[in-house]
Design a protein around this ligand. Structure first.
Ligand code: RP5
Length: 170
């Protein structure tokens, strides 16, 4: 499917450079869903579908999308190009694609020249999940119910207990 998929009421747009990024970015989508954030997911490569990316970035904020999460690997330009084409916050998820364990993607996103920011997360699953949480944190600033859900999530995480079989006191 090459058409852009839009979701009514989506507040976050998750973009990937390739469908091969989905196994990692599915964790981002699952985290957004867990916190009740309506979102949409699309593969729109900055390199292979530049005009579609431009159209998406022009259209999404007007539909209510408030944060973009962009995942890409290799020479990962997706987040930077998206950030150049829209003023809404862009979070970058570097993928561990085919070489350098994702360092190439990390630097491509983190080393944006001044003027066009990309909030870059960690390589791989940790960054994918944290991008969702950071998007939730941003949206929570103007959404009391979402803020409550986010605080509950953090409290639950803090309360988690850890079994260490054989360790003193466990
Ligand atoms: C990037 O190249 C994608 O974001 C992906 O991480 C990587 C490999 O893409 P495929 O060759 O698997 O399509 O553009």
């Amino acid at each position: 499917m090459s058409e852009v998929v839009t979701v009514d009421g989506a507040r976050v747009g998750v973009l990937m450079g390739s469908a091969s990024d989905w196994p990692t970015m599915e964790k981002c989508s699952q985290t957004l869903a867990k916190l009740g954030v309506t979102h949409e997911c699309n593969v729109i490569s900055a390199h292979r579908a530049a005009k579609r990316l431009e159209a998406y970035c022009a259209d999404a904020p007007g539909r209510g999308v408030q944060v973009l999460i962009c995942a890409a690997g290799g020479a990962a330009h997706l987040a930077g190009v998206a950030a150049a084409m829209t003023h809404i916050p862009v979070l970058g998820c570097p993928m561990n694609a085919w070489s350098t364990e994702g360092l190439d993607s990390l630097l491509s996103m983190a080393q944006m020249p001044k003027g066009i920011p990309v909030g870059t997360l960690a390589v791989g699953s940790a960054g994918a999940i944290n991008a969702a949480l950071l998007a939730v944190s941003i949206l929570s600033l103007n959404d009391a119910e979402l803020n409550d859900r986010y605080l509950a999530f953090r409290a639950e995480q803090s309360a988690a207990t850890f079994e260490l079989p054989g360790a003193p006191g466990h």
